[in-house]
Design a protein around this ligand. Structure first.
Ligand code: AMP
Length: 301
């Protein structure tokens, strides 16, 4: 089934204890779309890039069969760029800069033939842009929303308006605490469920992820990785895998969302093993299936 994904498409500057990378392909829509493309075929990407966006990246996204009809390519202006530096623990990072470029005046326009998209992933962008997307979509089966600390800090009101209209909210533990002013994640989860979403997924980095609905709780471990090089995009990759699995199966039950959490975690585990998008650039179905099976082994007792 179709998955419409909106978010940033970026050229990032990345710095981790394992090296640096300039002009790295990134952005929330990029990671989400590439990740979803491993699980479902009809992935539709909405975003914007500038004239500096390399053609090889377009070729790569197209090679993953990601439909770029909704990707605006501005003749002038620079692509959105984010610079991040990770601390030694690889969990915390500093944003070095955020250059909006062509994103500054961006308003997503959903192509007519995409307005009936069944699955919608509101990748991490300003909540008012996420709202603009929702206003253009007709009766989606499932809306999943990702966000980040920046929007919770500066646009909480707009974010809360979006949350009233989404089915699933995905965010990390720190963001959950910020959004709810609660230390305890269970209490925070319950509070978020009262904000609109029927399901909340809280990612806890190396400690896995939990999925909460009004009457259920599920906890998935993180894949036991030794070699993490660059965590950038792990959250987006998780979200793309999560919705990709739901779209592939057409089953939006909470029971199936447990599997979706594991697919999201499996894809995210590949993502962090290399810089930028490289960890999920060329995966085989066997690699993904193997990691999914390992999740089952390490969490069954
Ligand atoms: P994550 O590590 O999952 O938080 O995602 C990192 C990606 O998000 C990077 O590739 C950035 O280009 C992108 N990003 C960072 N800040 C923003 C922002 N304010 N709006 C949209 N995308 C962003």
């Amino acid at each position: 089934m179709s998955v419409l994904i909106v978010g940033s498409v970026a050229l990032d500057y990345l710095e981790t204890p394992f090296g640096k990378m300039e002009q790295a392909l990134g952005g929330s829509a990029t990671f989400c779309s590439v990740s979803a493309s491993y699980l479902t075929e009809d992935v539709r990407c909405v975003g914007i890039v500038g004239s500096d966006f390399p053609e090889e990246h377009i070729r790569f996204l197209t090679s993953r069969k990601i439909d770029l009809l909704g990707l605006v390519r501005e003749a002038e202006g620079k692509t959105f760029s984010w610079g991040g530096r990770y601390h030694d623990d690889m969990n915390t990072r500093d944003t070095l800069y955020t250059e909006l470029g062509v994103f500054e005046h961006f308003h997503p326009v959903i192509p007519e033939e995409w307005k009936k998209s069944e699955f919608v992933l509101l990748g991490n962008i300003h909540p008012s842009l996420q709202m603009e997307v929702l206003e253009q979509i007709e009766e989606p089966r499932l809306v999943v929303c990702d966000t980040m600390n920046l929007w919770i800090n500066i646009s909480k009101k707009e974010l809360k308006a979006v949350l009233k209209k989404v089915d699933v909210l995905i965010l990390n533990d720190e963001e959950a605490r910020m959004l709810t002013d609660e230390r305890n994640l269970i209490v925070a989860g319950q509070k978020m469920l009262r904000m609109g979403p029927k399901v909340v997924v809280i990612k806890k980095g190396e400690h896995g992820a939990v999925l909460m609905s009004k009457d259920s709780y599920f906890s998935a471990p993180a894949f036991p990785l030794e070699g993490i090089k660059d965590p950038t995009g792990a959250g987006d990759t998780f979200a793309g895998g999560f919705i990709g699995w739901l779209a592939r199966t057409g089953d939006v039950s909470v029971a199936n969302m447990r599997k979706a959490v594991v697919y999201g975690s499996a894809l995210a585990s590949f993502c962090v093993e290399e810089f930028s998008i490289d960890g999920i650039r060329a995966l085989t179905p066997e690699q993904l299936a193997e990691r999914f099976a390992t999740f089952r082994t390490i969490s069954s007792f």
